[in-house]
Design a binder for this molecule. Structure first.
Ligand code: ZN
Length: 51
């Protein structure tokens, strides 16, 4: 059985970081505080944790 690795995502716009299970995938778009209006975060995979 494959290990449940965690992936750290970072918003390239505001720098917010979120750690999620790799099996779950990308975090919810949410609202980016650095963008004008109700725009979502721009999540990018930053690094893989554990394993
Ligand atoms: Zn953001």
């Amino acid at each position: 059985m494959e290990r449940d690795k965690k992936v750290e995502y970072i918003c390239t716009y505001c720098g917010q970081k979120v750690v999620r299970s790799r099996l779950i995938g990308r975090p919810a778009p949410g609202k980016c505080i650095r963008k004008q209006g109700d725009k979502p975060h721009s999540w990018r995979q930053n690094r893989i944790l554990g394993g």
